[in-house]
Design a binder for this molecule. Structure first.
Ligand SMILES: C[S@@+](CC[C@H](N)C(=O)[O-])C[C@H]1O[C@@H](n2cnc3c(N)ncnc32)[C@H](O)[C@@H]1O
Length: 413
């Protein structure tokens, strides 16, 4: 049953080494919690800036780095700070907004921001004018106390009058980043847990103290201002963010255009980002229809189906790269070890543990890193210098090997 994997593992054994430095702290978001800027939005699916720096330490600056599952932009900002041209693709508006806000933060003048914050502090934030404000999704109703929701809406109305776009973005980001703190919800693994004060049926959990909107938002603005003063501004080239699914965006990028790919793809389970980040998505104006479409797009990337296969072929054709689909498809079908893993996952899915077949995205990726034909996993690299590394294993997914071509190979286990 594991013959093809065993053959591949034997072939690469002398190039695989366990790296004890790749601790859970380094590969997960934990290490970001104390870093200026990175700490400002807790994206628990992210990895750490230190890990990215480690991956880039032997690379000559000035090259190109891609993260096709950019999240809140750890790869992008760490690469930018190290002097690389960073491109990110992200389908979830939550990550995309965090990246845009952080880029805006890199451009604002600290004194102008301080003046805008002082104006807001002088506002009692009690009267929310009639207007759009926070528009709930069915799954977010009851998340805030009436006083909190009124203050949030009054704040958003005041921010809408801010003339400087970057400052307005940073001010909105401060509210966005504290939504969990001011709500009766807590992100808990795959779920949003509801405090009993929400009045929701079956909500029995007690979250403890819930911050008032003013305390939370001005506390966070204080952190933002301190980071602006304490930490250097990004000196590298601006980040190129592409919003959308990498399945659609990758075929539009020229082949062999990246020196390095550093990423952490979503796993082939049914982890539903749209549920965990429902409050943030509602804040960003995603409505019920938009949420459904987003959920389908995201699940489509980790759950195999024939319709998607045809869609990927069409996307490649539309991008003028029909051969890309054929190459990727052949690599996908011909990799015996991969097919063996997929069959094992399918077996587990049949037993009901939720794993499904991963899809072609990783193989399309390989084309952009121009990888050689051998590597056995969706995390792979190539012989002639470019390098593709990932961080499997963060959320307990069992495979935890990285296979960067002929260079040093590291493993978190
Ligand atoms: C494990 S997280 C990556 C976190 C990122 N490395 C960081 O440190 O912030 C995976 C990301 O992939 C995004 N994603 C999932 N499917 C996607 C797709 N088809 N195209 C682009 N992004 C996608 C998710 O929204 C999520 O932000």
């Amino acid at each position: 049953m594991i013959a093809a994997r065993a053959v591949l593992e034997a072939r690469y054994r002398d190039r695989v080494r366990a790296d004890p430095a790749l601790t859970r702290r380094l590969v997960s978001f934990q290490a970001n919690k104390s870093l200026p800027f990175y700490r400002l939005f807790k994206y628990k699916e992210g990895f750490s800036a230190d890990l990215v720096r480690r991956f880039l330490q032997d690379a000559p600056p000035g090259g190109t780095v891609l993260d096709p599952f950019a999240g809140a932009g750890t790869t992008l900002f760490a690469a930018q700070a190290a002097g690389f041209h960073a491109t990110g693709i992200e389908v979830l508006p939550v990550g995309a907004f965090a990246i845009k806000a952080r880029s805006a933060l890199g451009r604002v003048d600290p004194d102008d921001l301080a003046a805008a914050v002082a104006r807001l502090r002088a506002d009692p934030l009690t009267d929310a004018p009639a207007g759009p404000g926070f528009r709930h999704l069915p799954i977010t109703r009851g998340a805030f106390s009436p006083a909190t929701e009124a203050a949030l809406n009054a704040y958003l109305a005041a921010v809408a009058a801010e003339p400087d776009d970057d400052i307005a973005t940073v001010l909105r980001f401060a509210a966005f980043a504290v939504l969990e703190e001011i709500s009766y919800t807590r992100k808990d693994g795959q779920f949003l847990r509801w405090d009993r004060r929400s009045g929701r049926a079956r909500a029995t959990f007690d979250k403890g103290p819930v911050l008032s909107f003013s305390d939370a938002v001005f506390g966070h603005l204080g952190r933002i201002q301190r980071d602006l003063v304490a930490a250097p501004r990004p000196a590298g080239p601006p980040i190129d963010l592409r919003e959308g699914s990498c399945l659609a965006v990758l075929p539009t990028l020229p082949a062999s255009s990246f020196d390095r790919v550093i990423t952490s793809p979503p796993y082939c389970n049914r982890y539903d980002y749209t549920r965990t980040y429902a409050l943030e998505l509602a804040f960003l104006g995603v409505d019920a229809e938009g949420l459904k479409a987003l959920r389908q797009t995201m699940l489509a990337c980790t759950v195999e189906n024939r319709a998607k296969r045809a869609a990927i072929r069409d996307l490649c054709a539309a991008a003028g790269q029909p051969a890309l689909f054929d190459r990727a498809d052949r690599a996908f079908q011909d990799c015996e070890a991969l097919q063996e893993v997929l069959a094992a996952l399918e077996g587990r899915a049949e037993k009901g543990d939720g794993h499904r077949r991963p899809e072609l995205a990783g193989v399309l990726l390989r084309d952009h890193a121009d990888a050689d034909r051998d590597p056995p996993s969706l995390v792979e690299g190539r012989e002639d210098g470019s390098d593709l590394r990932g961080v499997p294993g963060q959320h307990g997914f069992t495979s935890s090997r990285c296979w960067p071509g002929r260079g040093p190979v590291t493993s978190t286990q």
